[in-house]
Design a protein. Structure first.
Length: 64
């Protein structure tokens, strides 16, 4: 498995910027096609964002 996506030492999935953006786009598409309700989309988006923020340093969050 790709080391950028999975950190075996930490034992938890790491969310890279690219993976985060792909997941958000996938969830938007699912919402548009009715596979997710707006509430499910908001919850999933907020949880993914929270997880992404915990795997990136504060300096990374300020990048444009």
């Amino acid at each position: 498995m790709d080391e950028q996506i999975y950190n075996a030492d930490a034992g938890a999935a790491m969310i890279t910027d690219e993976l985060y953006l792909r997941q958000i786009e996938l969830m938007k598409t699912m919402l548009e096609h009715g596979a997710l309700t707006p509430a499910q989309y908001e919850y999933s988006r907020s949880e993914l964002t929270r997880k992404w923020k915990t795997t990136n340093s504060p300096a990374d969050l300020n990048k444009p």
